[in-house]
Design a protein around this ligand. Structure first.
Ligand code: GUN
Length: 709
């Protein structure tokens, strides 16, 4: 086995900080900085029983690339030999593990055995003395079968212990601050508020585990599990990782990660192995019941189930534990890749079919997404939709549940609030539309398959709103090249005109288009020529730019019209807009990958001048408006020279950000006087920007400060 280099400690100033590298809605790829290396999340902390090491921690580091593990400080504390060795040599030496070591406190033992013999302060001190990277305070386990009063007391007692625990861990050890509250959403939200704000000498908890959930997982009460998670997340500081205490079944990873879990821990890999059960991403299988492996692994490769059954008990349990750990790791890798490519929700959707209990939870989640409630769960759901980039690169498979995916819900919400009928028509007439045209039965790209028909209808009646029917509902023709609609994949039949008039009318309600005559058209053979065709095409191109500026940048369509005054453009060979200029100056380019827009610095300057909202400051409340103008991030003076030259905006250098900022869509970077410093694409939300102290906040496209200044 190749020995892997020991980790480098994080920089002193980064200790305990969490940064977000990528995100897909609430799911995030993060990095937690510890004295024994930087931990990439989402990740699993394998549970090590110091008395019974099924897989050696060193092998976990070298072979399985486990960056951090978890063991129980109470088990060590109770065992005299382990205890004195841990104090004298340190926990890393005791376990022979060079990565980060997390310890639990004995709370779980108190749940199982009724009590523990150690006090809250003593156990935190002991963890610190062992040199633990992330310790856990002694929280009070809130069982789901407790009364509300008992759960309330568990939340309060846990919160009361938090400051003394943080005082002891001090500047030497990071600390877990568990969230309790049983299945009561309001108690979870309260616990999150109390634990999230607890601090001693300016230092709070580094990680927030969601505690008290093991009984729910044992009873497969997944809907309540995810309800608890969402309720807790509504009040947790967004700059701290969230840990699902005791959750380690790969089947639960995609959904938990899609809702914002960063860390898992579990002894399942070893316990199931001892019980001759193997893990797969879709459930658990008994070794005694199979002839062939349902899921392959390095550990089992070249062996048959019968050969493994014939092994002696210890060897068998080791090899099955290795398989289980591999499956766990590979499912986490799959989830991380899904976050990077924007498909974590689809993965959760797919995995939801693994069990009827999980399916029940997923269907409940979809209901929440469609109709968020007024409480903490609804707050989290709305925040999740708003933080999801509405556009996607590349294709997306059509599925029955596509309309519940957060990115689709987000763009539908943007269309409902920010799309407007054109203010003037191609023939320069003004006034309300006379009719709405729905193009049906044609696949994308509609500028190719339906343009002639659209022009024909516009020649006939200039005051026509043109929409395209898609399996996910109608969209304005102006956003025909926006993903996912233009890249939906599925059999030919998905574009068949199958909707009844009543269904179409229903789907036009959000657009405010139900009071005018509706025309349905299947594009056929037209050959429109004549002097007006060019004029119509120019008008349509301009509508497309104005609509995208409104939807994605919150620019009022009347400002969008001013921005595109005297518009000219260059087109690609596939007839797409490539460069858009106003008065001869290049202001933006549509993004060919997803149909969004990339501003130029000239365009960013114009958008900034048009934005008359107050300069954003963290903590101040903004007025609600449908078109608050292009979202801005205001940076502190120290950062201006760097960002002005094109360097990225880093967390910790931001004094305010507009709350309607959408990760993945354009934003401006301004200074405290409102001058444009740069423009780019935000990675984090305005709330995250107000908390995070590490990592990139805005990937800058171009600095706007002249080099010689
Ligand atoms: N392990 C599993 N659940 C819990 C919990 O609620 N608290 C602690 N400290 N450890 C756990």
């Amino acid at each position: 086995m190749v020995e892997r280099k020991n980790p480098d400690p994080c920089r002193d100033q980064d200790w305990g900080l969490f940064e977000i590298k990528h995100r897909d809605g609430a799911a995030r790829i993060g990095r937690l900085h510890s004295k024994h290396g930087i931990i990439t999340t989402p990740m699993l902390l394998p549970v090590i029983n110091p008395n019974l090491r099924t897989i050696e921690p060193r092998e976990m580091w070298d072979k399985y690339r486990i960056e951090a593990l978890i063991t129980n400080s109470y088990v060590i504390w109770k065992h005299e030999e382990l205890r004195s060795k841990a104090i004298s040599d340190g926990i890393h030496s005791l376990l022979d593990f060079p990565g980060a070591v997390v310890t639990d406190s004995g709370t779980f033992q108190s749940y199982v055995y009724g009590d523990v013999e150690v006090g809250p302060e003593e156990i935190v001190n002991f963890q610190k003395e062992m040199g633990v990277d992330i310790g856990t305070m002694l929280d009070v386990f809130g069982r789901p079968d407790m009364t509300r009063e008992q759960l309330e007391r568990a939340v309060e007692e846990t919160a009361d212990r938090s400051t003394p625990s943080l005082t002891i861990s001090g500047e030497e050890m990071l600390l877990n601050g568990p969230i309790q509250g049983g299945t009561h959403a309001d108690l979870r939200a309260k616990s999150a508020l109390l634990m999230g704000s607890a601090e001693s000498s300016g230092r709070g908890f580094a990680v927030h585990p969601i505690g008290g959930i093991v009984p729910l997982m044992e009873q497969q009460r997944y809907q309540e599990l995810f309800e608890i998670l969402l309720a807790s997340k509504s009040n947790l500081p967004p700059d701290r990782p969230v840990h699902f205490f005791g959750c380690g079944h790969p089947m639960l990873f995609p959904m938990a990660i899609a809702l914002g879990v960063d860390m898992f821990d579990s002894a399942a890999y070893a316990i199931f192995a001892r019980d001759d059960r193997i893990l797969t991403p879709e459930g658990t299988v008994k070794l005694s019941e199979i002839l062939e492996w349902p899921f392959n692994s390095h550990a089992l490769f070249g062996l048959t189930p019968q050969e493994v059954r014939d092994m002696d008990a210890d060897d068998r349990s080791t090899i099955l534990a290795k398989h289980n750990l591999e499956v766990t790791q590979s499912e986490l890798a799959k989830c991380r890749e899904a976050i990077r490519n924007g498909s974590i929700w689809q993965l959760a959707e797919k995995r939801s079919h693994a069990s009827p209990y999980l399916r029940e939870a997923f269907l409940w989640l979809q209901e929440q997404l469609e109709d968020p409630d007024d409480g903490p769960v609804g707050d989290s759901v709305l925040r999740m939709i708003a933080s999801t980039n509405p556009l996607r690169d590349g294709g997306e498979e059509l599925g029955d549940e596509i309309e519940f995916r957060p990115h689709v819900l987000h763009i539908q919400a943007l269309l409902a609030t920010r799309w407007r009928v054109p203010g003037s028509w191609w023939d320069s007439s003004t006034g309300p539309p006379e009719r709405v045209l729905i193009i049906e039965g044609a696949p994308p790209p509609w500028r190719v398959t339906a343009m002639e028909s659209v022009i024909e209808h516009l020649l006939e009646e200039p005051k026509t709103v043109v929409m395209v029917s898609t399996p996910v509902g109608p969209i304005p023709f102006s956003i025909e090249d926006v993903s996912p609609w233009c890249h939906l994949t599925g059999p030919e039949g998905i574009w068949d005109p199958i909707f009844e008039d009543i269904e179409i009318l229903d789907s036009l309600v959000d657009f405010g288009l139900t009071e005018i005559p509706l025309i349905r058209a299947i594009p056929g053979e037209f050959t429109s020529v004549g002097k007006d065709v060019g004029r119509i095409r120019e008008w349509m191109d301009r509508c497309s730019v104005v609509d995208k500026l409104a939807l994605l940048c919150a620019i009022n369509p009347s400002d969008g019209c001013k921005m595109t005054d005297e518009m000219t453009s260059r087109k690609s060979r596939t007839d797409r807009l490539v460069n858009v200029s106003s008065h001869g100056k290049h202001i933006l380019s549509p993004r060919l990958t997803d149909g969004g827009i990339s501003l130029t610095t000239t365009g960013a300057k114009i958008a900034n001048e048009m934005n008359s909202s107050p300069i954003p400051v963290f903590g101040s409340t903004e007025k609600d408006s449908e078109f608050p103008g292009i979202p801005r991030v205001c940076i502190i003076d120290d950062a201006v020279p760097f960002v002005g030259k094109g360097r990225n905006v880093m967390h910790g250098y931001i004094s305010g950000a507009d709350s309607h900022l959408i990760p993945g869509q354009p934003c401006l970077v301004i200074d405290s006087t409102g001058s444009l410093i740069a423009h780019g694409i935000p990675i984090t939300t305005h709330l995250e920007m107000s908390y995070l102290r590490k990592g990139i906040a805005v990937r800058v496209r171009e600095g706007a400060v002249k080099q010689d200044q």
